[in-house]
Design a protein. Sequence first.
Length: 335
Amino acid sequence: MARYDFASDNTAPAAPEAMEALVAANTGFTSGYGSDPVSARAADAVRALLDSDAEVRFVASGTAANSLALAALCRPFESVLAHEHAHVRTDETGAPGFFGQGLGLVGLPGASGRIDAAGLAGPLSEPDVAHRQALAALSLTNATEYGTVYSPEALAELIAPAKARGLGVHLDGARLANAAAAGFDLKHVARLGVDILVLGGTKAGMSPTEAVVVFDRKLAHRFDARLKQAGQLPSKGRFYAAPFIGMLETGAFVTRAAHANAMARRLADLMPFPVRHPVEANAVFVEMDEPTLSRLHASGWFVYRFLDGSVRFMCSWATTPDAVDELGATLAALA
């Protein structure tokens, strides 16, 4: 039977803090569609985490959250700048364009998932013409698809010129907990000028839920109607909100991510194959040929070959030191 311990942080169970909060929310009758006290309390916890006043909504998936966020920033004849390997460009089956009624995505280069600031200048300087989709937004990801973490200064270097050009800014924070555990101060998000944030819950150890955090109040106008049309305004909204109470009020949001990051560093120390990208969050990417990967799969461990050809090992809050050591021994034997 295949083991999926390191295939993705999506394969892990939900953390006890999240499940306990869900059980606690499962009592009595209350109002629906996110107007309940549980959702209000969870939204307050998100605002406290980010030290910022914002509108907060809870939805079922990162794909929906990112796509609806970008649709709020762009009109159909406009486009979004993002890293060429950003999740919104490579793994969401055209959902941003679908929810944005045709909005475009422009890929930018950059090592290890971080946009190269020098490479941003060219697209930002291009004139608007009727024959291509004009730029309307910049999408950033922290931690990145390659497990690296932007510093606040590095984000500011990208956000400032985008804002100067009049672009909105979206931050995909599917693994923002891991970035925080790596030292990124979450209080910088709003201060940097991010207009709309997706605060990841699922990968952080919750049941399926993501928080859409709207800092720019103008974008909040009729946002609930946008969610409803997209099937993302759940009637029993308290069950999407409750896990955030459990994870944020206890501090588990960051401490559980810190464990995942530590397991990635432990695995990197044991890794007999060349590590392709810096190990800054909860992922280890290595150079591995196809026959070796096939042998790894045959040994019972399943992992994915990633966009740049490397093989990805992803740790989660539930990864154990014993599992890391067991995998390390298997990899040593394969090498």
